[in-house]
Design a protein around this ligand. Structure first.
Ligand code: FAD
Ligand code: NAD
Length: 471
């Protein structure tokens, strides 16, 4: 079989791969992208960011209508009903639209798309296999970009059967609201998807092995979210380690045994979501045979230019170190494409914003207070509550705060942590400020329109110097 020649072969069409392919094409390179899924967009667009946010949005509307929240605005609603089939249908349509959009972008930018499983060969070519592992095409290129992403981690004490014990993909397709849902893992997926089903009426229990939920986030966020989510009706059991799970097929539920500081405990669930992290997709794609080295954590080892241990083979996104986030993968895709044509691509790893789309939302950028303490940096703290903001009161969204951490001597921003309505949008201002090396004073002196939630940022920045006006 004659191998087809390109400048770049990208394996995987998630946010890392598809963005890299488009940027390569914009820069004049001849690009092909191999993707095993029928639709483009990877985990993010098909079974991750986008469908989960569609369901968070729909469930938020439902919950506002049934919880009496609309009533407080003088909007009396009655006879509210959940049409789960329609909710799921809408979510599928959103996914269809957005994945179709990437297909359009590939055509527009002349990125060639190949359907199949990409497998790296020791000679540097990429074989494309069909579902029967038959070779359908061979691709040759000056550069190979690996962007195969990640899949959910499976744990032996709760093996996924995809009927009772589910992963994040399964739970996006549940056709009935479970009465009792246990979520193993109080991280981002656990809290977002746990929130969806709690809003739709499930009794949700979160089992988290660490002493706090969202264990990598700032301690103040952990405490605030714990309080807020409990108030919303989620049962959160921290410091609780799952020991075993037993599916009772006949009765249709799962018995979970776990230990906490009081000893051995038992829980029953109609469905279990396992959300304890994701692992890089490095198996069955020729990495070992081709000499692509992995780190001790099973990620692909790369240098600062995304080069793997094999020449002309690069890796980006969830396959390599760093937060498993779509925007991080995208930025790496762009930076790598620019490096391939001799430009100086750059990813500001210190300022990658991270968001949890619960309600209220959580958003962070930069260092946590715990990290600053550990590294011995002297810092000042500024904090402001949403409760003291006019727009938050008008919107009926008084929960949460903004917390800034700034260098004690220079006032340079080191970290920002938000819990509150629209935190996902507010954090963009701070990420921009970080990019420009801003100080707390810069945010404090910037005019923010009134009344906006963004004024909370200004007040928190003023508070770094103890001069918030509305506190
Ligand atoms: P992926 O998106 O995983 O794409 C890899 C692609 O490669 C896949 O399409 C896969 O089919 C394909 N592939 C794998 N192996 C091969 C092969 N051998 N040959 C051909 N194709 C192959 N991140 C955020 O930033 N914000 C969010 O709100 C968010 N929400 C999420 C919600 C959920 C439920 C989940 C599961 C994840 C979420 N994430 C979110 C994480 C985000 O989806 C990932 O960080 C992101 O998709 C990683 O991009 P990637 O391009 O590295 O890999
Ligand atoms: P995660 O790392 O965010 O959380 C996993 C949680 O499970 C942690 O709190 C951990 O302490 C806990 N845990 C681990 N093993 C456990 C066990 N045996 N028993 C109980 N708890 C256990 O992972 P995730 O929630 O699965 O998400 C995976 C990745 O997807 C994350 O890296 C995240 O960045 C990405 N993601 C991002 C978003 C977003 O940006 N909004 C949304 C969803 C997913």
């Amino acid at each position: 079989m004659m191998a087809e020649s390109y400048d770049v072969v990208v394996v995987g069409a998630g946010p890392g791969g598809y963005v890299c392919a488009i940027r390569c094409a914009q820069l004049g390179l001849k690009v092909v992208c191999v993707e095993s899924r029928a639709t483009l967009g990877g985990t993010c667009l098909n079974v991750g960011c986008i469908p989960s946010k569609a369901m968070l949005e729909s469930s938020h509307h439902y919950h506002r209508a049934v919880s009496g929240e609309l009533d407080t605005h003088g909007v009396a609603v009655s006879g509210v009903q959940l049409d789960l089939a329609k909710l799921l249908q809408r979510k599928r349509q959103v996914v269809e639209k957005i994945t179709g959009g990437v297909e359009f972008l590939f055509k527009k930018n002349k990125v060639h798309r190949v359907l199949g499983h990409g497998c790296l060969r020791p000679g540097g070519e990429v074989d494309v296999l069909d579902e029967n592992q038959q070779l359908v095409q061979q691709l040759q290129a000056k550069h190979v970009v690996l962007a195969m992403g990640s899949v959910p981690v499976d744990i032996p004490v709760a093996k996924m059967d995809h009927q009772y014990i589910l992963d994040s993909t399964d739970i996006l397709e549940l056709t009935e609201v479970p009465e009792r849902l246990v979520v193993v893992g109080g991280g981002v997926i656990g809290l977002e998807l746990g929130s969806v089903w709690a809003r739709l009426g499930a009794q949700v229990t979160v089992l988290e092995a660490q002493p706090n939920i969202l264990p990598t986030m700032d301690g103040a966020i952990q405490k605030e979210m714990m309080k807020i989510l409990k108030k919303q009706g989620l049962q959160i059991l921290t410091g609780s380690t799952l020991q075993s799970s037993q599916v009772n097929q006949q009765q249709g539920f799962v018995t979970l045994a776990y230990t906490d500081k009081k000893g051995d405990q038992v829980l029953e669930a109609d469905k279990v979501l396992v959300a304890v992290g994701r692992r890089a997709c490095t198996q069955n794609c020729g990495l070992e045979e081709s000499g692509v080295q992995l780190t001790s954590r099973g990620l692909i080892q790369v240098d600062e230019r995304f080069r793997t241990s094999k020449s002309n083979v690069y890796a980006i996104g969830d396959l390599i170190a760093g937060p498993m986030l779509a925007h991080k993968a995208e930025e790496e895709g762009v930076a790598l494409a620019e490096m391939l044509v001799g430009q100086s691509g750059h990813v500001p790893y210190d300022y990658i914003p991270s968001v949890v789309y619960t309600w209220p939302e959580v958003a962070s950028v930069g260092k946590t207070e715990e990290e600053l303490k550990q590294s011995g940096v002297s810092y000042k703290v500024g904090k402001f509550l949403f409760r003291a903001n006019g727009r938050a009161q008008a919107a009926g969204e008084p929960d949460g705060f903004v917390k800034f951490l700034a260098d004690k001597k220079t006032d340079k921003l080191l970290g920002a942590h938000i819990v509150g309505a629209s935190a996902s949008e507010l954090v963009a201002e701070i990420a921009t400020a970080f990019e420009y090396g801003a100080s707390a004073e810069d945010i404090a002196r910037t005019i923010h329109a009134h009344p906006t939630l963004a004024e909370v940022l200004k007040e928190a920045a003023l508070d770094v110097d103890d001069r918030a006006i509305h506190a």
